[in-house]
Design a protein around this ligand. Structure first.
Ligand code: F6P
Length: 343
């Protein structure tokens, strides 16, 4: 068989581990040839590809990012995009493509398979951990580790200066990174998109803490956290090819509001892409490897339209349709765990 592989959407630690697993098992065990497309779905659209070999993928396991490059290209937004993907697959004599991505990249994969009968498989990755079909995506554990370490570091400077530190973390419309780094790092306020916040309540929590003799506070906010209607001005930004708004900026807005309302000196820190960079944790390397192996095995068995998912600790194949049907957001009972530690 000849199998294509691409990485699309935001990069994350573990992508190279997944590529390596597909190449190693695909070539050594199954005897397939693996073709790597450059820059996500832009690769098949613009004929950007290279043969991947065991040699060319040596030493990439601990490397962050993706050796294939990535982009937020949507073939459904390009004229004849679907036909160009099909032609590219035919020209390269590919039996199918393994698309490694999040909600958007996998959404394209699902449509190509379902509506256009193209042989495509998915592998779930994203630091946001927001795919409902899998208990975990790789990339999340590393981002969580980075965010937690940052919160630990901010504690000492916040305490020394008697300040409120607002930490803005990623996660798009899911609050997993904020909730879990807030829990692991001992955040005093945790704001997530799933629970619109009232700035008065936030200030109240901080005041209460100060009144109990703790003269510094850590506010962990997800980039997608939104104020309750009418409590604080909401923001809007530019959109990508998938219609997603570019998030970011809530941390700085909270900094101003908190300082103004409480009189406590406040600073905002935006962790941004630091959460996506660098070497993956052991957990992410292992999960990416397990997903990669399961994906090339599924390709070998001709199980297109599927995606390996983590369920009760085991890797199972689920349909791509199911994988992109809904986002996995933070349920109230998960947030409730954090409640006793706030303020
Ligand atoms: O989906 C991963 C993610 O890091 C989100 O958490 C964030 O909102 C977005 O990507 C940032 O995208 P970009 O790298 O295009 O700025």
């Amino acid at each position: 068989m000849r199998v294509g592989v691409l990485t699309g959407g935001g990069d994350c630690p573990g992508l190279n581990a997944a590529i390596r697993a597909i190449v190693r098992k695909g070539i050594d065990h199954h005897g397939h040839a693996i073709v790597g497309f450059r820059d996500g779905w832009r690769g098949p659209l613009e004929n950007l590809h290279e043969e991947l070999t065991i040699e060319s993928t040596r030493g990439i396991l601990p490397r962050g990012g993706t050796i294939l490059g990535t982009s937020r290209t949507n073939p459904f937004k390009r004229e004849n995009g679907v036909e160009m993907v099909r032609e590219s697959m035919e020209a390269l004599h590919l039996d199918g493509i393994i698309a490694i991505g999040g909600e958007d990249t996998l959404g394209v994969a699902a449509r190509l398979n379902d509506e256009h009968d193209l042989a495509v498989l998915g592998v779930p990755k994203t630091i946001d951990n927001d795919l409902s079909a899998t208990e975990m995506t790789f990339g999340f554990d590393t981002a969580l580790q980075v965010a937690t370490e940052a919160i630990d570091r901010l504690h000492t400077t916040a305490e020394s200066h008697h300040r409120v530190m607002v930490v803005e973390v990623m996660g798009r419309h899911a609050g997993w990174i904020a909730l879990q780094s807030g829990l692991a790092g001992g955040g005093d306020v945790i704001l997530i998109p799933e629970r619109p916040f009232d700035i008065d309540d936030v200030c109240q929590l901080i005041r209460r803490r100060h009144s109990r003799g703790r003269f510094f506070s850590i506010v962990v906010t997800a980039e997608g956290a939104v104020p309750k209607e009418g409590t604080m001005e909401a923001a809007d930004g530019e959109r990508d090819e998938f219609g997603h708004v570019r998030l970011g900026g809530i941390g700085v807005r909270l900094e101003h509001e908190i300082e103004q309302r409480t009189g406590f000196e406040t600073r905002a820190v935006v962790l941004g892409h630091i959460q996506r960079g660098g070497t993956p944790t052991a957990y992410d390397r292992v999960l990416a490897t397990r997903f990669g192996v399961a994906a090339i095995d599924a390709a070998h068995a001709g199980q297109w339209g599927m995606m390996p998912a983590l369920r009760c600790g085991r890797i199972e194949l689920v349909s791509l349709q199911e994988a992109v049907a809904e986002l996995r957001t933070v349920p109230p009972e998960e947030f409730a765990v954090a409640a006793p530690f706030l303020g």
